[in-house]
Design a protein around this ligand. Structure first.
Ligand code: ADP
Ligand code: MG
Length: 693
């Protein structure tokens, strides 16, 4: 039996409990041990009923004099006990727990914890936590430096994430039984010099669940939080090293003359930020080892142009380029852009998506067994990398807006002897600290400024009493020839059927009741790509005035004539995400607006949204999200899954730095980790969870 053994056999519990545990993502012994408390009730104050202050949280020890159920007129059950700790009898009351009379009998000695109250001149505790004294076999604990005298009372009592039918008390009881049995078999993977003055892993695990004081909790969290960040660092830095050691398909030369020609053909001058990242990328392209770079820049900052320019440079080396977009819509859009920019320079551009494959080039062959003609640059969706297109003459792979920043895609390449350069692009503003940690395997380039003349999108948080006015304003603008996006709320974390249903209902309501004379279209993620394309084309060609959509448009569509972005249920989105959404308007000459409708008008939510009225910097907004709502908000549900942080915080710079240096020094000494088998094993474990392959 080890830490990865299934919990059910060990606990001897049945299917019902198993299902509940699954809800908490607890399957194995280890999962249970790593199910950490999210807070503690301080019941450490042992006192007597007489000495206790009214309103104070205390623990009393005494005897049950009587206990009975009382049925109220409204069909509720109260369980009432008279309890005496030797100083004064007090009343204990529980609601709807009639079974307690079977568990507690008069004469039982109990320890109870809760808030002391006075009612009709009598002392009482409502809904106290309780346990029988000496219900606990202290002798079975092998590690005696943590005393577990009582479990649910009279101490700092851990409170756990719960689910229906699985209380903290239940979880606490199980952990108290299991942890002491296994804790000594958990080997500390940290080398001594990394661990330094921190607690050992065993100590930390015992203290996070059964602390004697607040300092224990701090120390346990310090160690366990460090581990989380340290293993992320170890993971990303190891990948980084492996990638750097790969052989490149073919070294490249930069043709500065041709580069200049192309840049001068553009209808605009590159911003200095574009210039800078272009230089960073070209530096990489000239190296003998493969590039692995993350290009970050807000929507509209000009990433696509940069991608097109470097694709051209690769083309000039007689190598091919694959460009992977997250959606078909975007693939087609980039296909157009690339054709427009590069066809005049003799570059053939192809498209490859689920619904359309245009990969026939004029003259060059794909190497491999089924030879077919292959254009110089192919733009496509996911299918792109899984196909034979990824032949030996591909010199550059570009991944645009990939949720997981190319981890999966790179793992396809990992098995190859020689790899192409790799560029990942994202409009998601990632605070620098976060990028350096979670994406420490990538080099980072940031386009920090927008092309000149871009107008700010005037943004307003609209209270519900102004909704009718807002609709009038929209109608007026449409009459003047403008177009509008209306984003419907994200009901669930990802675009589920519920979200789609809400979008359909809103579409119906708006078409029939609000904008009766206007032409509306509906777009959501469950439409077939042909249907999506149709709706979008209608919107582009002005056959539609208003596009009602789920947040799928976030990563798509460029319609300069659209000037108003309405976002319903705005409080459900992160600030950075809202910022990205409003970036869909303000792309043309006309003045543009973002109207944010909160679904709940709670002051704290509204004031958070109001940040958007004055702040137009995506990175700063992302930092705010990070502070207010944690990292999940930045990466969306899909991305936060890459690493699961239970304790560590991505705003904790000192620990981030410490973990980074520690991982670096370990890998410096021993890149393969063969000298640290425990680290290696743990890393492999984590890796399997992150990158199943
Ligand atoms: P991103 O991919 O970062 O969202 P794009 O490359 O699609 O941005 O650029 C957005 C728009 O801005 C495009 O219409 C593009 O032609 C234009 N653009 C790009 N770079 C510049 C620039 N330096 N000056 C003016 N307009 C630019
Ligand atoms: Mg783009």
């Amino acid at each position: 039996m080890d830490l990865n053994s299934s919990l059910y056999s060990i606990l001897g519990i049945g299917g019902a409990f198993a299902k509940k545990l699954e809800k908490l993502e607890i399957f194995t012994l280890k999962d249970l041990i790593y199910h950490f408390p999210f807070r503690y009730d301080d019941f450490s104050k042992q006192t007597s009923a007489l000495d206790a202050q009214i309103g104070e949280k205390v623990t009393l020890m005494g005897e049950v004099w009587s206990i009975k159920n009382v049925y109220t007129r409204f069909g509720k059950v109260l369980t009432q006990a008279i309890f005496n700790d030797g100083s004064s009898p007090i009343t204990l009351t529980w609601f709807n727990q009639s079974w307690l009379t079977k568990q507690i009998n008069s004469g039982d000695r109990l320890q109870v914890s809760g808030k002391i109250k006075k009612y009709k001149n009598k002392l009482s505790i409502v809904a106290p936590v309780w346990e029988k004294i000496a219900s606990f076999d202290v002798s079975s604990y092998s590690t005696s430096d943590v005393s577990i005298q009582s479990l649910h009372t009279g101490r700092l009592v851990p409170v756990y994430p719960e689910t229906f039918g699985l209380t903290s008390k239940w979880i606490r009881t199980k952990i108290s039984r299991i942890l002491p049995m296994f804790v000594d078999s958990i080997k500390d993977p940290l080398p001594d010099d990394v661990k330094n003055k921190m607690l050992t892993l065993n100590e930390a695990l015992l203290k996070i669940h059964f602390p004697e004081n607040w300092e224990d909790i701090d120390k346990a969290r310090e160690r366990l939080g460090f581990d989380e960040l340290f293993f992320i660092q170890l993971f990303t830095q190891k990948i980084r090293r492996q990638w750097k050691n790969k052989r490149l398909v073919s070294p490249l030369k930069i043709n500065m003359g041709k580069l200049k020609e192309l840049v001068e053909s553009l209808p605009f001058k590159l911003t200095s930020a574009q210039d800078k990242v272009l230089r960073e990328i070209m530096d990489d392209l000239e190296q003998a080892s493969p590039m692995n770079r993350l290009l970050q820049g807000e929507v509209g900052s000009g990433k696509t142009v940069v991608a097109a320019i470097i694709s051209y440079l690769v083309f000039l080396n007689n190598l091919k380029v694959l460009y992977m977009a997250p959606t078909e819509i975007l693939a087609f859009q980039h296909f157009d852009t690339f054709q427009r920019l590069l066809q005049p320079f003799g570059v053939e551009v192809g498209i490859y998506t689920g619904s359309r494959k245009y990969t026939k080039g004029k003259g060059r062959n794909v190497k491999g067994k089924d030879e077919k003609l292959h254009p110089d640059i192919i733009i496509g969706t996911h299918a792109l990398l899984s196909e034979k297109l990824l032949a030996g003459d591909v010199g550059l792979v570009i991944i645009d807006e990939q949720q997981r920043f190319g981890v999966e895609q790179r793992s396809i390449l990992r098995s190859k002897a020689k790899v192409p350069h790799f560029l990942t692009m994202t409009a998601t503003p990632i605070p620098r600290t976060v990028a350096l940690t979670l994406y420490g395997d990538l080099d980072l380039s940031i386009i920090y400024e927008m092309p000149k003349g871009r107008k700010l999108v005037k943004t307003f948080v609209v209270p519900s009493k102004k909704r009718a006015d807002a609709y009038k304003f929209i109608e007026k603008k449409v009459m003047m020839g403008d177009q509008v996006y209306i984003i419907t709320p994200l009901i669930e974390p990802s675009e589920t059927l519920t979200t789609v249903k809400a979008a359909k209902e809103e579409f119906e309501r708006l078409s029939k009741k609000v904008f009766v004379n206007l032409k509306l279209g509906l777009l959501h993620g469950r439409l077939k790509s042909k249907e999506k394309e149709e709706v979008l084309n209608k919107f582009k060609s002005k056959d539609l005035d208003i596009l009602v959509s789920t947040s799928v448009v976030e990563v798509g569509v460029d319609v300069p004539n659209a000037t108003i972005m309405v976002i319903e249920g705005a409080e459900r989105f992160g600030l950075a995400q809202l910022h990205q959404l409003r970036g869909r308007v303000g792309r043309g000459e006309k003045e543009s607006f973002a109207l944010l409708f909160p679904g709940i008008e709670e002051p704290s939510l509204v004031s958070r949204l109001k940040n958007l009225e004055k702040n137009f910097n995506g990175l700063e907004l992302a930092e705010l999200d990070l502070k207010v709502r944690g990292s999940g908000e930045i990466f969306g549900t899909k991305q936060s899954g890459r690493f699961n942080l239970k304790i560590a915080s991505l705003t904790d710079l000192p620990t981030l730095e410490k973990a980074k240096e520690a991982a670096h020094s370990v890998l410096q000494v021993d890149p393969t980790l063969d000298k640290y088998p425990l680290l290696k094993a743990q890393l492999a474990d984590n890796q399997a969870a992150i990158m199943p392959d």
